[in-house]
Each structure stands twice: as C-alpha cells, then as structure tokens.
Design a protein around this ligand. Structure first.
Ligand SMILES: NC(=O)c1ccc[n+]([C@@H]2O[C@H](COP(=O)([O-])OP(=O)(O)OC[C@H]3O[C@@H](n4cnc5c(N)ncnc54)[C@H](O)[C@@H]3O)[C@@H](O)[C@H]2O)c1
Length: 220
C-alpha cells in the first residue's frame, strides 16, 4: 500500500486531505503538534525525524501545516513574522529534507501555497511572502528532484477552516473573502480533491506547477 504523510493533519484542509487520500487507498500518516496525528513540530528537525523514523517509505508527502498571523507592516511584531517563516517556509524544508531518503522514484511532494502568493493582501504581507516562497521552493525542487520525484503546489483561496475563522468575521469581512468569480468560500474537501489528483497516477507528467483552487480569484 502506498504511504502518504500529511502535515497539519488534525483539522482543516490537512484533515480533509487525510480522508480523501485514505479513500483513494493510501496508508495515511498525519503529523501535527497534537491531536490524533503523530506528534511533530514541523519547525523542529529532531521532532520530525522522530515522527518519520518508523516509516520505511513515503510515496506522497503533503506539506500542509501552516499558520496565519495578520498584522500591518508598520506594527507587526517581528516574532509574528518569524513564526510564520518558521512554520510556513522552514517547516516544509525541514520535513522534506527528513522525508527525502524515504521517497522512492515515482514519489510526489505537494506543497500548500495560497492565492495571497499571487494577489497579496494588506495586513498579511508576511504570510503572503511565505506562500510566495512556497511557489519558489516548488519550482526549484521540481528541477532538483526530476525525473524521479514530481513536486507541485496548490494555492487555495479562502477555505472554511479554523485558520480562516469565518465565525468571528463581520459581514463586511466575510464579503471580502467571498469576492471571487464564484462568489463563495471553499470547503476543505474541494482543496483535498486537487491534492488527491496530483497524488494520483493520473498526474505523472506534471511537475513544478501550482494549481489554484480559489473560486477564480487569481487567474494566471
Ligand atoms: N483556510 C484557508 O483559507 C487557506 C487558504 C490558503 C492557504 N491555506 C493553507 O492551507 C494549509 C492548511 O490550512 P488550514 O486552513 O487547514 O489551517 P488550520 O489552522 O485549520 O490547520 C493547520 C494545522 O496545522 C497544524 N500546525 C500548525 N503549526 C504546526 C507545526 N509547527 N507543526 C505541526 N503542525 C502544525 C495545526 O495544529 C493545525 O492542525 C496552510 O498551509 C494554510 O496556509 C489555507
């Protein structure tokens, strides 16, 4: 059975990815800070190595764990900048470095970017920059690991997860999130299905790409 590792697996998009990959026949191992997944902090190489140690092979790696901390350029504490760089950029690097010896020829690496990598967002420049960096990592890894391993990314628009927190939004804030051609916020399963396609045999000739699933907000 093919093994899939998903970071940030206990809730939101990561949990949906685990469900869909299990449906598609993968032996799915989730990593997260806590909860029902294997315990691991993606920023900490020792903790990641410990979590991955029992796995003999990793056919699909999904770098999904991420944090969003909003803050204006003028006032954002640098600790908030550093935390987002640590989880959203260093995290995928640490996890992929640890997983690489276990990824066989034909393996897949999938990274979670964001529509904000393309669009930018006032009050979220640090987060958007980490997601722009994910596009760069994806392209560089796709070249470096070819032809054995393919590497792609998915750039979601707003998705109904705890990270987005629609329950706490004002109607005006929600309207901003719904401002895309399809006029709505996405569901975690709609992102997971794109990941499932990219993890499947059907996507073998695709590498270095980023697929937007954002209601048409960023067309490119
Ligand atoms: N929800 C959205 O609107 C949206 C939009 C675009 C991109 N994304 C991206 O999709 C991914 C998943 O987002 P989500 O909305 O499901 O988020 P979420 O906050 O609902 O879930 C993220 C998960 O990652 C885990 N996590 C955080 N830091 C970690 C660490 N250091 N080590 C291990 N696990 C850690 C959390 O515990 C949590 O279970 C993120 O990379 C996010 O940036 C989300």
């Amino acid at each position: 059975m093919r093994v899939a590792v998903v970071t940030g697996a206990t809730r939101g998009i990561g949990r949906a990815v685990c469900d869909v990959l299990a449906r598609d026949g993968f032996d799915v191992r989730g990593l997260d800070l806590a909860g029902s997944a294997l315990q691991a902090d993606v920023t900490d190489p020792a903790s990641v190595a410990n979590a991955l140690a029992p796995l003999p092979r990793i056919d699909v790696l999904v770098n999904n764990a991420g944090v969003l901390i909003e803050g204006a350029l003028a006032t954002m504490p640098l600790a908030d900048f550093d935390r987002q760089v640590a989880v959203n950029l260093r995290g995928p690097f640490v996890v992929t470095q640890a997983a690489l010896p276990k990824i066989p020829s034909g393996g897949r690496i999938l990274n979670l970017a964001s529509e904000l990598a393309y669009l930018g967002r006032e009050g979220a420049s640090a987060y958007a920059a980490t997601k722009g960096a994910i596009l760069s990592l994806t392209r560089s890894w796709a070249r470096e690991l070819a032809p054995d391993i393919v590497v792609n990314a998915v750039a979601p628009g707003p998705v109904n997860t705890p990270l987005l927190g629609i329950e706490a939004m004002t109607p005006e804030e929600r309207a901003v999130e719904e401002r895309n051609p399809l006029g709505r916020i996405g569901q975690p399963g709609e992102i997971a299905e794109v990941i499932a396609f990219l993890a499947s045999e059907r996507a073998g000739f695709i590498t270095g790409q980023c697929f937007s699933a954002d209601g048409g907000a960023a067309m490119h």
